[in-house]
Design a protein around this ligand. Structure first.
Ligand code: FAD
Length: 585
Protein backbone atom coordinates (compact mmCIF):
# COMPACT_ATOMS: atom_id res chain seq x y z
CA UNK A 1 0.00 0.00 0.00
CA UNK A 2 1.34 3.43 -0.84
CA UNK A 3 2.16 5.86 1.96
CA UNK A 4 2.72 9.61 2.08
CA UNK A 5 4.67 11.88 4.42
CA UNK A 6 4.31 15.61 3.85
CA UNK A 7 7.67 17.24 2.98
CA UNK A 8 7.46 19.72 5.86
CA UNK A 9 11.22 20.18 6.20
CA UNK A 10 11.53 21.29 2.59
CA UNK A 11 8.59 23.68 2.88
CA UNK A 12 10.06 25.18 6.02
CA UNK A 13 13.39 25.68 4.24
CA UNK A 14 11.65 27.48 1.39
CA UNK A 15 9.65 29.72 3.72
CA UNK A 16 12.53 30.45 6.11
CA UNK A 17 15.26 30.97 3.53
CA UNK A 18 14.49 30.52 -0.15
CA UNK A 19 11.70 33.10 -0.37
CA UNK A 20 13.87 35.71 1.33
CA UNK A 21 10.87 37.00 3.24
CA UNK A 22 13.02 39.37 5.33
CA UNK A 23 13.22 41.69 2.33
CA UNK A 24 9.42 41.72 2.10
CA UNK A 25 8.59 41.96 5.79
CA UNK A 26 6.61 45.19 5.31
CA UNK A 27 4.16 43.68 2.82
CA UNK A 28 0.78 43.30 4.54
CA UNK A 29 0.20 39.81 5.89
CA UNK A 30 3.69 38.43 5.22
CA UNK A 31 5.03 38.50 8.79
CA UNK A 32 1.82 36.97 10.15
CA UNK A 33 1.96 34.24 7.51
CA UNK A 34 5.54 33.43 8.36
CA UNK A 35 4.73 33.15 12.04
CA UNK A 36 1.79 30.87 11.29
CA UNK A 37 3.67 28.63 8.85
CA UNK A 38 5.06 25.95 11.20
CA UNK A 39 1.71 25.24 12.85
CA UNK A 40 -0.09 25.31 9.52
CA UNK A 41 2.38 22.91 7.94
CA UNK A 42 1.91 20.48 10.81
CA UNK A 43 -1.87 20.67 10.68
CA UNK A 44 -2.14 20.35 6.91
CA UNK A 45 0.26 17.40 6.95
CA UNK A 46 -1.90 15.71 9.56
CA UNK A 47 -5.08 16.13 7.51
CA UNK A 48 -3.46 14.96 4.29
CA UNK A 49 -1.56 12.02 5.75
CA UNK A 50 -4.29 10.76 8.08
CA UNK A 51 -7.57 11.65 6.36
CA UNK A 52 -7.06 12.17 2.61
CA UNK A 53 -4.28 9.74 1.76
CA UNK A 54 -6.06 6.64 3.13
CA UNK A 55 -9.05 7.49 0.89
CA UNK A 56 -6.97 7.72 -2.27
CA UNK A 57 -7.02 4.06 -3.16
CA UNK A 58 -10.61 3.62 -1.96
CA UNK A 59 -11.63 6.40 -4.33
CA UNK A 60 -9.69 4.83 -7.18
CA UNK A 61 -11.29 1.43 -6.70
CA UNK A 62 -14.85 2.44 -5.83
CA UNK A 63 -15.24 5.29 -8.29
CA UNK A 64 -18.50 7.24 -8.52
CA UNK A 65 -22.17 6.42 -8.80
CA UNK A 66 -25.00 8.32 -10.46
CA UNK A 67 -28.17 7.64 -8.46
CA UNK A 68 -31.46 9.46 -9.19
CA UNK A 69 -29.55 12.13 -11.10
CA UNK A 70 -27.15 12.72 -8.21
CA UNK A 71 -23.44 11.91 -8.11
CA UNK A 72 -22.40 9.86 -5.08
CA UNK A 73 -18.73 10.13 -4.15
CA UNK A 74 -16.80 7.17 -2.73
CA UNK A 75 -16.99 6.12 0.91
CA UNK A 76 -15.42 8.64 3.26
CA UNK A 77 -15.14 11.54 0.80
CA UNK A 78 -18.11 13.47 2.15
CA UNK A 79 -16.84 13.25 5.74
CA UNK A 80 -13.32 14.16 4.62
CA UNK A 81 -14.68 17.25 2.86
CA UNK A 82 -16.51 18.24 6.03
CA UNK A 83 -13.29 17.84 8.03
CA UNK A 84 -11.50 19.95 5.42
CA UNK A 85 -13.99 22.80 5.63
CA UNK A 86 -14.38 22.55 9.42
CA UNK A 87 -10.63 23.21 9.60
CA UNK A 88 -11.18 26.49 7.74
CA UNK A 89 -8.75 25.47 4.99
CA UNK A 90 -10.68 26.91 2.03
CA UNK A 91 -10.84 30.35 3.68
CA UNK A 92 -7.11 30.96 4.06
CA UNK A 93 -6.34 33.42 1.25
CA UNK A 94 -9.65 35.19 0.68
CA UNK A 95 -10.71 38.69 1.81
CA UNK A 96 -11.96 38.99 5.35
CA UNK A 97 -15.08 40.88 4.19
CA UNK A 98 -16.37 37.60 2.72
CA UNK A 99 -15.21 35.41 5.60
CA UNK A 100 -11.66 34.74 4.49
CA UNK A 101 -8.42 35.09 6.45
CA UNK A 102 -6.59 37.30 3.92
CA UNK A 103 -3.37 35.26 4.11
CA UNK A 104 -0.85 35.24 1.25
CA UNK A 105 -0.87 32.49 -1.38
CA UNK A 106 2.59 31.27 -0.42
CA UNK A 107 1.07 30.06 2.84
CA UNK A 108 -1.64 28.18 0.93
CA UNK A 109 0.64 26.37 -1.52
CA UNK A 110 1.97 23.73 0.89
CA UNK A 111 -1.59 22.61 1.65
CA UNK A 112 -2.46 22.52 -2.06
CA UNK A 113 0.54 20.38 -2.86
CA UNK A 114 -0.10 18.03 0.06
CA UNK A 115 -3.74 17.54 -0.94
CA UNK A 116 -2.67 16.69 -4.51
CA UNK A 117 -0.10 14.20 -3.20
CA UNK A 118 -2.55 12.61 -0.81
CA UNK A 119 -5.64 12.48 -2.99
CA UNK A 120 -5.77 14.29 -6.32
CA UNK A 121 -9.39 13.38 -7.03
CA UNK A 122 -10.50 14.91 -3.74
CA UNK A 123 -8.43 18.05 -4.38
CA UNK A 124 -10.18 18.93 -7.61
CA UNK A 125 -13.39 20.12 -5.94
CA UNK A 126 -11.77 22.71 -3.62
CA UNK A 127 -9.25 23.53 -6.36
CA UNK A 128 -11.94 24.48 -8.85
CA UNK A 129 -13.83 26.43 -6.19
CA UNK A 130 -10.65 28.44 -5.60
CA UNK A 131 -10.58 29.43 -9.28
CA UNK A 132 -14.30 30.26 -9.29
CA UNK A 133 -13.90 32.52 -6.27
CA UNK A 134 -11.04 34.43 -7.87
CA UNK A 135 -13.19 34.96 -10.95
CA UNK A 136 -16.20 36.22 -9.00
CA UNK A 137 -14.03 38.51 -6.89
CA UNK A 138 -12.66 40.15 -10.00
CA UNK A 139 -15.65 40.23 -12.35
CA UNK A 140 -18.98 39.69 -10.59
CA UNK A 141 -21.32 42.49 -9.55
CA UNK A 142 -21.39 43.30 -5.86
CA UNK A 143 -24.79 41.68 -5.23
CA UNK A 144 -23.64 38.40 -6.78
CA UNK A 145 -20.47 38.54 -4.68
CA UNK A 146 -22.43 39.11 -1.50
CA UNK A 147 -24.86 36.31 -2.31
CA UNK A 148 -22.36 33.65 -3.28
CA UNK A 149 -18.87 34.35 -2.01
CA UNK A 150 -19.25 33.80 1.76
CA UNK A 151 -20.53 30.24 1.33
CA UNK A 152 -18.06 29.45 -1.45
CA UNK A 153 -15.18 30.77 0.62
CA UNK A 154 -16.22 28.70 3.64
CA UNK A 155 -16.39 25.65 1.36
CA UNK A 156 -20.06 25.07 2.14
CA UNK A 157 -20.71 25.64 -1.58
CA UNK A 158 -18.35 24.69 -4.39
CA UNK A 159 -17.69 26.30 -7.77
CA UNK A 160 -17.13 24.66 -11.15
CA UNK A 161 -16.17 25.86 -14.61
CA UNK A 162 -18.25 24.90 -17.58
CA UNK A 163 -16.54 25.69 -20.86
CA UNK A 164 -16.11 22.54 -22.89
CA UNK A 165 -18.74 21.26 -25.34
CA UNK A 166 -18.64 18.28 -27.69
CA UNK A 167 -17.44 20.48 -30.56
CA UNK A 168 -15.69 23.21 -28.53
CA UNK A 169 -12.58 22.19 -26.60
CA UNK A 170 -9.45 24.23 -27.16
CA UNK A 171 -11.39 26.43 -29.58
CA UNK A 172 -13.97 28.01 -27.29
CA UNK A 173 -15.05 30.31 -30.11
CA UNK A 174 -17.21 27.34 -31.19
CA UNK A 175 -19.31 27.34 -28.00
CA UNK A 176 -23.01 26.88 -28.85
CA UNK A 177 -24.76 27.00 -25.46
CA UNK A 178 -27.39 29.74 -25.55
CA UNK A 179 -28.42 32.39 -23.03
CA UNK A 180 -31.80 34.14 -23.47
CA UNK A 181 -32.44 37.33 -21.47
CA UNK A 182 -35.45 37.13 -19.13
CA UNK A 183 -37.77 39.88 -17.91
CA UNK A 184 -36.43 39.66 -14.35
CA UNK A 185 -32.85 40.42 -15.43
CA UNK A 186 -31.72 36.79 -15.33
CA UNK A 187 -30.92 34.55 -18.33
CA UNK A 188 -32.20 31.19 -19.46
CA UNK A 189 -29.27 28.90 -20.31
CA UNK A 190 -29.66 25.94 -22.70
CA UNK A 191 -27.05 23.59 -24.06
CA UNK A 192 -24.75 20.69 -23.25
CA UNK A 193 -21.34 20.88 -21.59
CA UNK A 194 -19.02 17.92 -21.36
CA UNK A 195 -16.09 16.94 -19.13
CA UNK A 196 -17.25 19.17 -16.26
CA UNK A 197 -15.15 18.31 -13.20
CA UNK A 198 -17.23 18.14 -10.02
CA UNK A 199 -20.25 19.18 -12.13
CA UNK A 200 -22.16 17.34 -9.45
CA UNK A 201 -21.11 15.71 -6.16
CA UNK A 202 -22.56 15.13 -2.71
CA UNK A 203 -19.86 16.86 -0.65
CA UNK A 204 -20.86 20.54 -0.82
CA UNK A 205 -24.37 21.85 -0.13
CA UNK A 206 -24.65 23.83 -3.37
CA UNK A 207 -22.66 23.88 -6.62
CA UNK A 208 -22.16 27.15 -8.43
CA UNK A 209 -21.71 26.62 -12.17
CA UNK A 210 -19.89 29.28 -14.17
CA UNK A 211 -21.08 28.67 -17.70
CA UNK A 212 -19.92 30.09 -21.03
CA UNK A 213 -22.84 30.78 -23.37
CA UNK A 214 -23.91 33.04 -26.24
CA UNK A 215 -26.50 35.82 -26.14
CA UNK A 216 -28.97 35.89 -29.06
CA UNK A 217 -27.33 38.84 -30.84
CA UNK A 218 -23.73 37.84 -30.01
CA UNK A 219 -21.07 38.00 -32.73
CA UNK A 220 -19.61 34.65 -33.73
CA UNK A 221 -16.28 33.43 -32.35
CA UNK A 222 -14.59 34.26 -29.06
CA UNK A 223 -15.89 37.85 -28.99
CA UNK A 224 -19.47 36.65 -28.63
CA UNK A 225 -19.19 34.59 -25.49
CA UNK A 226 -20.60 35.64 -22.14
CA UNK A 227 -20.27 34.16 -18.70
CA UNK A 228 -23.16 33.17 -16.45
CA UNK A 229 -23.51 32.02 -12.87
CA UNK A 230 -26.00 29.17 -12.40
CA UNK A 231 -26.45 27.73 -8.92
CA UNK A 232 -27.55 24.11 -8.61
CA UNK A 233 -30.00 25.20 -5.90
CA UNK A 234 -31.61 28.63 -6.09
CA UNK A 235 -30.51 31.31 -3.66
CA UNK A 236 -32.75 32.09 -1.84
CA UNK A 237 -35.35 29.38 -2.11
CA UNK A 238 -33.39 26.21 -2.58
CA UNK A 239 -35.37 24.90 -5.61
CA UNK A 240 -33.29 22.84 -8.00
CA UNK A 241 -32.17 24.75 -11.10
CA UNK A 242 -33.02 23.37 -14.56
CA UNK A 243 -29.82 21.48 -15.21
CA UNK A 244 -28.89 17.87 -14.73
CA UNK A 245 -26.09 15.34 -15.01
CA UNK A 246 -26.31 13.45 -18.31
CA UNK A 247 -23.64 10.92 -17.32
CA UNK A 248 -20.33 10.48 -15.54
CA UNK A 249 -17.34 9.76 -17.79
CA UNK A 250 -15.35 6.53 -17.32
CA UNK A 251 -11.74 7.66 -17.18
CA UNK A 252 -8.15 6.45 -17.12
CA UNK A 253 -7.50 8.05 -13.73
CA UNK A 254 -8.85 10.39 -11.02
CA UNK A 255 -11.68 7.88 -10.60
CA UNK A 256 -13.12 9.68 -7.59
CA UNK A 257 -13.42 12.99 -9.43
CA UNK A 258 -16.82 13.24 -11.14
CA UNK A 259 -16.29 14.35 -14.76
CA UNK A 260 -19.83 15.09 -15.85
CA UNK A 261 -21.84 15.68 -18.98
CA UNK A 262 -24.13 18.55 -17.94
CA UNK A 263 -27.41 19.40 -19.65
CA UNK A 264 -28.76 22.92 -19.15
CA UNK A 265 -32.45 23.02 -20.02
CA UNK A 266 -33.45 26.65 -19.53
CA UNK A 267 -31.36 26.94 -16.37
CA UNK A 268 -31.59 30.25 -14.57
CA UNK A 269 -28.34 32.19 -14.64
CA UNK A 270 -26.94 35.65 -14.03
CA UNK A 271 -24.46 37.51 -16.18
CA UNK A 272 -20.96 37.82 -14.69
CA UNK A 273 -19.01 40.79 -15.98
CA UNK A 274 -19.82 42.36 -19.35
CA UNK A 275 -21.82 40.73 -22.12
CA UNK A 276 -19.61 39.16 -24.81
CA UNK A 277 -16.53 39.45 -22.58
CA UNK A 278 -17.00 36.12 -20.85
CA UNK A 279 -13.90 34.49 -22.20
CA UNK A 280 -11.56 37.12 -20.83
CA UNK A 281 -13.32 36.86 -17.45
CA UNK A 282 -12.96 33.10 -17.59
CA UNK A 283 -9.25 33.53 -18.20
CA UNK A 284 -8.91 35.01 -14.72
CA UNK A 285 -10.08 31.70 -13.41
CA UNK A 286 -8.01 29.76 -15.88
CA UNK A 287 -4.77 31.53 -14.99
CA UNK A 288 -5.24 30.77 -11.30
CA UNK A 289 -6.32 27.28 -12.28
CA UNK A 290 -3.26 26.73 -14.48
CA UNK A 291 -0.94 27.44 -11.59
CA UNK A 292 -2.98 25.05 -9.49
CA UNK A 293 -2.83 22.33 -12.17
CA UNK A 294 0.96 22.68 -12.14
CA UNK A 295 0.79 21.96 -8.41
CA UNK A 296 -1.24 18.84 -9.21
CA UNK A 297 1.65 17.50 -11.31
CA UNK A 298 4.08 18.29 -8.54
CA UNK A 299 1.90 16.77 -5.82
CA UNK A 300 1.44 13.44 -7.59
CA UNK A 301 5.16 13.37 -8.44
CA UNK A 302 6.10 13.82 -4.79
CA UNK A 303 3.90 10.93 -3.65
CA UNK A 304 5.13 8.68 -6.49
CA UNK A 305 8.76 9.53 -5.69
CA UNK A 306 8.41 8.86 -1.97
CA UNK A 307 6.97 5.41 -2.57
CA UNK A 308 9.58 4.53 -5.20
CA UNK A 309 12.37 5.61 -2.86
CA UNK A 310 11.13 3.56 0.07
CA UNK A 311 10.60 0.52 -2.19
CA UNK A 312 14.07 0.88 -3.71
CA UNK A 313 15.70 1.03 -0.27
CA UNK A 314 14.15 -2.33 0.64
CA UNK A 315 14.27 -4.19 -2.66
CA UNK A 316 17.29 -6.51 -2.85
CA UNK A 317 18.42 -7.40 -6.37
CA UNK A 318 21.89 -7.88 -7.84
CA UNK A 319 25.16 -6.52 -6.61
CA UNK A 320 26.77 -3.11 -6.93
CA UNK A 321 28.95 -2.88 -10.06
CA UNK A 322 31.97 -2.21 -7.86
CA UNK A 323 31.40 -5.24 -5.60
CA UNK A 324 28.83 -6.22 -2.97
CA UNK A 325 27.79 -3.28 -0.80
CA UNK A 326 26.01 -5.53 1.71
CA UNK A 327 27.77 -8.90 1.52
CA UNK A 328 25.84 -10.19 4.55
CA UNK A 329 22.56 -9.88 2.59
CA UNK A 330 21.49 -12.15 -0.29
CA UNK A 331 21.73 -9.13 -2.61
CA UNK A 332 22.23 -5.37 -2.44
CA UNK A 333 19.33 -2.91 -2.29
CA UNK A 334 18.64 -1.59 -5.78
CA UNK A 335 19.69 1.91 -4.64
CA UNK A 336 23.30 0.82 -5.35
CA UNK A 337 22.66 0.61 -9.09
CA UNK A 338 23.58 3.72 -11.07
CA UNK A 339 20.43 3.52 -13.18
CA UNK A 340 18.14 3.33 -10.14
CA UNK A 341 20.04 6.23 -8.56
CA UNK A 342 19.61 8.18 -11.81
CA UNK A 343 15.86 7.63 -11.62
CA UNK A 344 15.62 8.59 -7.95
CA UNK A 345 17.72 11.74 -8.30
CA UNK A 346 15.85 12.77 -11.45
CA UNK A 347 12.61 12.56 -9.49
CA UNK A 348 14.03 14.40 -6.50
CA UNK A 349 15.50 17.18 -8.65
CA UNK A 350 12.06 17.61 -10.19
CA UNK A 351 10.02 17.62 -6.98
CA UNK A 352 12.31 19.86 -4.94
CA UNK A 353 12.95 22.19 -7.86
CA UNK A 354 9.23 22.25 -8.70
CA UNK A 355 8.29 22.99 -5.10
CA UNK A 356 10.63 25.98 -5.03
CA UNK A 357 9.14 27.19 -8.33
CA UNK A 358 5.60 26.92 -6.98
CA UNK A 359 6.46 28.76 -3.78
CA UNK A 360 8.34 31.49 -5.64
CA UNK A 361 5.46 31.94 -8.09
CA UNK A 362 3.00 32.16 -5.20
CA UNK A 363 5.21 34.80 -3.59
CA UNK A 364 5.31 36.76 -6.85
CA UNK A 365 1.52 36.54 -7.11
CA UNK A 366 1.30 37.87 -3.54
CA UNK A 367 3.69 40.74 -4.31
CA UNK A 368 1.67 41.53 -7.45
CA UNK A 369 -1.43 41.69 -5.30
CA UNK A 370 -0.19 43.28 -2.06
CA UNK A 371 2.93 45.38 -2.60
CA UNK A 372 2.39 49.08 -1.83
CA UNK A 373 4.50 50.15 -4.84
CA UNK A 374 2.83 49.85 -8.26
CA UNK A 375 6.13 49.24 -10.12
CA UNK A 376 6.91 46.31 -7.82
CA UNK A 377 3.41 44.98 -8.34
CA UNK A 378 3.77 45.20 -12.09
CA UNK A 379 7.19 43.50 -12.14
CA UNK A 380 5.92 40.62 -10.02
CA UNK A 381 2.81 40.20 -12.15
CA UNK A 382 4.93 40.13 -15.32
CA UNK A 383 6.92 37.27 -13.80
CA UNK A 384 3.74 35.33 -12.99
CA UNK A 385 2.45 35.90 -16.55
CA UNK A 386 5.65 34.50 -18.01
CA UNK A 387 5.92 31.54 -15.65
CA UNK A 388 2.25 30.43 -15.74
CA UNK A 389 2.44 28.37 -18.99
CA UNK A 390 5.86 27.03 -17.98
CA UNK A 391 4.65 25.98 -14.57
CA UNK A 392 1.44 24.40 -15.88
CA UNK A 393 3.18 22.54 -18.64
CA UNK A 394 6.53 21.54 -17.20
CA UNK A 395 5.17 20.50 -13.82
CA UNK A 396 2.41 18.39 -15.34
CA UNK A 397 4.67 16.76 -17.96
CA UNK A 398 7.10 16.17 -15.11
CA UNK A 399 4.33 14.84 -12.87
CA UNK A 400 3.51 12.15 -15.40
CA UNK A 401 7.17 11.42 -16.23
CA UNK A 402 7.95 11.14 -12.52
CA UNK A 403 5.02 8.80 -11.95
CA UNK A 404 6.30 6.68 -14.85
CA UNK A 405 9.86 6.71 -13.51
CA UNK A 406 8.54 5.75 -10.07
CA UNK A 407 6.76 2.79 -11.65
CA UNK A 408 10.03 1.79 -13.32
CA UNK A 409 11.80 1.75 -9.93
CA UNK A 410 9.23 -0.80 -8.74
CA UNK A 411 9.90 -3.08 -11.71
CA UNK A 412 6.98 -5.43 -12.35
CA UNK A 413 5.40 -4.62 -8.98
CA UNK A 414 4.87 -1.08 -10.24
CA UNK A 415 2.46 -2.42 -12.82
CA UNK A 416 0.42 -4.21 -10.16
CA UNK A 417 -2.31 -1.99 -8.75
CA UNK A 418 -1.82 -2.73 -5.02
CA UNK A 419 1.52 -0.94 -4.97
CA UNK A 420 -0.04 2.38 -5.92
CA UNK A 421 2.48 3.36 -8.61
CA UNK A 422 -0.08 2.61 -11.32
CA UNK A 423 -2.68 4.91 -9.77
CA UNK A 424 -0.23 7.81 -9.61
CA UNK A 425 0.59 7.29 -13.28
CA UNK A 426 -3.07 7.15 -14.29
CA UNK A 427 -4.04 10.12 -12.11
CA UNK A 428 -1.16 12.32 -13.26
CA UNK A 429 -1.93 12.05 -16.99
CA UNK A 430 -4.97 14.33 -17.14
CA UNK A 431 -3.12 17.38 -15.83
CA UNK A 432 -1.25 17.57 -19.16
CA UNK A 433 -4.59 17.90 -20.97
CA UNK A 434 -7.03 20.07 -19.04
CA UNK A 435 -6.82 23.83 -18.32
CA UNK A 436 -5.40 24.25 -21.82
CA UNK A 437 -3.35 21.35 -23.17
CA UNK A 438 0.39 21.56 -22.71
CA UNK A 439 0.75 22.20 -26.44
CA UNK A 440 -1.47 25.27 -26.01
CA UNK A 441 0.63 26.42 -23.04
CA UNK A 442 3.70 26.31 -25.27
CA UNK A 443 1.88 28.37 -27.91
CA UNK A 444 0.90 30.84 -25.20
CA UNK A 445 4.56 31.18 -24.22
CA UNK A 446 5.93 31.72 -27.72
CA UNK A 447 2.90 33.49 -29.22
CA UNK A 448 1.81 35.80 -26.40
CA UNK A 449 4.23 35.91 -23.51
CA UNK A 450 7.52 36.28 -25.41
CA UNK A 451 6.45 39.01 -27.85
CA UNK A 452 4.55 41.02 -25.21
CA UNK A 453 5.86 44.61 -25.37
CA UNK A 454 9.02 43.45 -27.16
CA UNK A 455 10.09 41.02 -24.49
CA UNK A 456 8.93 42.79 -21.32
CA UNK A 457 7.84 39.57 -19.60
CA UNK A 458 10.95 37.62 -20.61
CA UNK A 459 13.19 40.39 -19.29
CA UNK A 460 11.70 39.88 -15.81
CA UNK A 461 13.36 36.48 -15.84
CA UNK A 462 16.57 37.20 -17.74
CA UNK A 463 17.54 40.36 -15.80
CA UNK A 464 17.54 38.79 -12.33
CA UNK A 465 19.23 35.72 -13.79
CA UNK A 466 22.03 37.81 -15.30
CA UNK A 467 22.33 39.77 -12.06
CA UNK A 468 22.65 36.54 -10.04
CA UNK A 469 25.29 35.15 -12.41
CA UNK A 470 27.19 38.47 -12.27
CA UNK A 471 27.01 38.69 -8.49
CA UNK A 472 28.51 35.20 -8.08
CA UNK A 473 31.08 35.33 -10.87
CA UNK A 474 33.97 35.43 -8.41
CA UNK A 475 32.52 32.99 -5.88
CA UNK A 476 34.72 29.87 -6.03
CA UNK A 477 32.31 27.70 -4.05
CA UNK A 478 29.50 28.54 -6.46
CA UNK A 479 31.54 28.15 -9.67
CA UNK A 480 30.33 24.59 -10.30
CA UNK A 481 26.79 25.96 -10.54
CA UNK A 482 27.33 29.42 -11.99
CA UNK A 483 29.38 28.32 -15.00
CA UNK A 484 26.79 25.88 -16.36
CA UNK A 485 23.99 28.25 -15.43
CA UNK A 486 25.59 30.96 -17.53
CA UNK A 487 26.29 28.55 -20.40
CA UNK A 488 22.75 27.20 -20.58
CA UNK A 489 21.17 30.62 -20.10
CA UNK A 490 22.98 31.56 -23.33
CA UNK A 491 21.50 28.49 -25.03
CA UNK A 492 18.04 29.67 -23.96
CA UNK A 493 18.78 33.18 -25.21
CA UNK A 494 19.82 31.71 -28.54
CA UNK A 495 16.60 29.71 -28.72
CA UNK A 496 14.59 32.81 -27.79
CA UNK A 497 16.18 34.87 -30.54
CA UNK A 498 15.67 32.08 -33.07
CA UNK A 499 11.99 31.71 -32.18
CA UNK A 500 11.50 35.50 -32.27
CA UNK A 501 13.23 35.99 -35.62
CA UNK A 502 11.90 32.92 -37.45
CA UNK A 503 8.45 32.91 -35.88
CA UNK A 504 7.89 36.45 -37.17
CA UNK A 505 8.57 35.29 -40.75
CA UNK A 506 6.99 31.84 -40.58
CA UNK A 507 4.62 31.18 -37.63
CA UNK A 508 4.96 27.42 -38.22
CA UNK A 509 8.61 27.68 -37.16
CA UNK A 510 7.50 29.00 -33.76
CA UNK A 511 4.64 26.48 -33.57
CA UNK A 512 6.83 23.49 -34.45
CA UNK A 513 9.40 24.34 -31.79
CA UNK A 514 7.09 25.70 -29.08
CA UNK A 515 6.98 22.61 -26.87
CA UNK A 516 10.76 22.17 -27.03
CA UNK A 517 11.24 25.87 -26.38
CA UNK A 518 9.05 25.77 -23.27
CA UNK A 519 11.00 22.77 -22.00
CA UNK A 520 14.31 24.51 -22.68
CA UNK A 521 13.04 27.55 -20.78
CA UNK A 522 11.90 25.37 -17.88
CA UNK A 523 15.30 23.66 -17.68
CA UNK A 524 16.98 27.04 -17.24
CA UNK A 525 14.32 28.20 -14.74
CA UNK A 526 15.05 25.06 -12.72
CA UNK A 527 18.81 25.65 -13.06
CA UNK A 528 18.37 29.14 -11.59
CA UNK A 529 16.28 27.66 -8.77
CA UNK A 530 18.85 24.93 -8.08
CA UNK A 531 21.71 27.42 -8.11
CA UNK A 532 19.87 29.54 -5.52
CA UNK A 533 19.15 26.47 -3.40
CA UNK A 534 22.80 25.43 -3.65
CA UNK A 535 23.91 28.86 -2.51
CA UNK A 536 21.69 28.61 0.56
CA UNK A 537 22.84 25.05 1.21
CA UNK A 538 26.47 26.17 1.24
CA UNK A 539 25.73 29.08 3.57
CA UNK A 540 23.47 27.18 5.98
CA UNK A 541 25.19 23.82 5.83
CA UNK A 542 26.25 23.56 9.46
CA UNK A 543 22.71 24.17 10.74
CA UNK A 544 21.49 20.85 9.28
CA UNK A 545 24.27 19.01 7.45
CA UNK A 546 22.18 16.04 6.31
CA UNK A 547 19.46 18.22 4.77
CA UNK A 548 21.87 20.60 3.05
CA UNK A 549 24.21 17.83 1.84
CA UNK A 550 21.20 16.26 0.15
CA UNK A 551 20.33 19.63 -1.44
CA UNK A 552 23.86 20.00 -2.79
CA UNK A 553 23.94 16.44 -4.12
CA UNK A 554 20.64 16.95 -5.93
CA UNK A 555 21.77 20.32 -7.29
CA UNK A 556 24.95 18.75 -8.67
CA UNK A 557 22.95 15.95 -10.24
CA UNK A 558 20.62 18.48 -11.87
CA UNK A 559 23.49 20.46 -13.37
CA UNK A 560 25.38 17.35 -14.55
CA UNK A 561 22.61 15.16 -15.85
CA UNK A 562 19.44 17.15 -16.59
CA UNK A 563 20.37 20.69 -17.60
CA UNK A 564 22.43 19.57 -20.66
CA UNK A 565 19.08 18.69 -22.25
CA UNK A 566 18.97 22.31 -23.48
CA UNK A 567 21.48 21.43 -26.24
CA UNK A 568 19.30 18.81 -27.89
CA UNK A 569 16.25 21.03 -27.44
CA UNK A 570 18.04 23.92 -29.17
CA UNK A 571 18.93 21.63 -32.07
CA UNK A 572 15.31 20.57 -32.40
CA UNK A 573 13.96 24.15 -32.13
CA UNK A 574 16.33 25.52 -34.76
CA UNK A 575 15.54 22.67 -37.16
CA UNK A 576 12.39 24.70 -37.82
CA UNK A 577 9.13 23.44 -39.27
CA UNK A 578 10.08 22.16 -42.72
CA UNK A 579 10.01 18.43 -41.98
CA UNK A 580 7.09 18.85 -39.55
CA UNK A 581 4.90 20.57 -42.11
CA UNK A 582 5.93 18.36 -45.06
CA UNK A 583 3.78 15.53 -46.40
CA UNK A 584 0.14 14.61 -45.89
CA UNK A 585 -1.30 13.50 -42.51
C1 FAD B 1 -10.96 14.56 -16.75
C2 FAD B 1 -11.25 15.85 -17.43
C3 FAD B 1 -11.70 16.92 -16.69
C4 FAD B 1 -12.03 18.12 -17.33
N1 FAD B 1 -12.56 19.15 -16.60
C5 FAD B 1 -13.10 20.21 -17.27
C6 FAD B 1 -13.88 21.19 -16.57
O1 FAD B 1 -14.02 21.14 -15.35
N2 FAD B 1 -14.44 22.18 -17.28
C7 FAD B 1 -14.30 22.28 -18.64
O2 FAD B 1 -14.86 23.20 -19.22
N3 FAD B 1 -13.55 21.39 -19.32
C8 FAD B 1 -12.96 20.35 -18.67
N4 FAD B 1 -12.24 19.42 -19.35
C9 FAD B 1 -12.02 19.59 -20.78
C10 FAD B 1 -10.57 19.94 -21.10
O3 FAD B 1 -10.26 21.23 -20.65
C11 FAD B 1 -10.41 19.76 -22.61
O4 FAD B 1 -10.42 18.36 -22.84
C12 FAD B 1 -9.15 20.39 -23.14
O5 FAD B 1 -9.27 21.79 -23.09
C13 FAD B 1 -8.86 19.99 -24.58
O6 FAD B 1 -9.98 20.11 -25.39
P1 FAD B 1 -10.42 18.86 -26.30
O7 FAD B 1 -10.48 17.68 -25.43
O8 FAD B 1 -11.61 19.23 -27.06
O9 FAD B 1 -9.20 18.66 -27.29
P2 FAD B 1 -8.97 19.44 -28.67
O10 FAD B 1 -9.17 20.90 -28.48
O11 FAD B 1 -9.74 18.78 -29.73
O12 FAD B 1 -7.42 19.18 -28.89
C14 FAD B 1 -6.90 17.96 -29.46
C15 FAD B 1 -5.39 18.14 -29.69
O13 FAD B 1 -5.18 19.20 -30.64
C16 FAD B 1 -4.34 20.20 -30.10
N5 FAD B 1 -4.80 21.51 -30.55
C17 FAD B 1 -6.05 21.97 -30.64
N6 FAD B 1 -6.06 23.23 -31.09
C18 FAD B 1 -4.80 23.59 -31.29
C19 FAD B 1 -4.14 24.79 -31.73
N7 FAD B 1 -4.83 25.89 -32.03
N8 FAD B 1 -2.78 24.80 -31.80
C20 FAD B 1 -2.07 23.70 -31.47
N9 FAD B 1 -2.62 22.55 -31.05
C21 FAD B 1 -3.97 22.50 -30.96
C22 FAD B 1 -4.45 20.06 -28.59
O14 FAD B 1 -3.29 20.56 -27.93
C23 FAD B 1 -4.63 18.55 -28.42
O15 FAD B 1 -3.36 17.94 -28.42
C24 FAD B 1 -11.86 18.23 -18.73
C25 FAD B 1 -11.38 17.14 -19.46
C26 FAD B 1 -11.11 15.96 -18.84
C27 FAD B 1 -10.66 14.80 -19.68
Amino acid sequence: MPTYTAPIRDFQFLIDHYLDLDTHADIPGFSEARALAPALLEESAKLCEEVLQPLNRIGDMQGLKLEHGRVITPEGFKQAYQTYIDGGWPTLTWPTEFGGQDMPEFLNMPMLEMVCSANLSFGLTPGLTHGAISLLLKHAARDLQETYLPNMISGKWSGVMCLTEPTAGTDLGLVKTKAEPQADGSYSISGTKIFISSGDQDMSENIIHLVLARLPDAPSGTKGISLFLCPKFMVPGGEQNAFSVGSIEHKMGIHASPTCVMNYDGAKGWLVGEANRGLSAMFTMMNAARLYVGVQGLGVAEAAYQNALSYARDRLQGRALTGAAHPQKPADPITVHPDVRRMLYTMRAFTEGGRALVMETALMADIAHRHPDSAAREAADDWVQLITPIMKSYLTDGGFETASTAMQCFGGYGYIEEYGAAQYLRDARIAMIYEGTNGIQAMDLVGRKLPFETGRYASRFFHPLDAFIGAHAGDAAMAEFIKPLSKHAKVLQQATMWIGAHGAVNPNDAGAGAVEYLRCFALVVFAFIWAKQAKLALALHDQDPAFYDAKLTTARFYFDKILPGTFSLLASITAGSKSTMAGEL
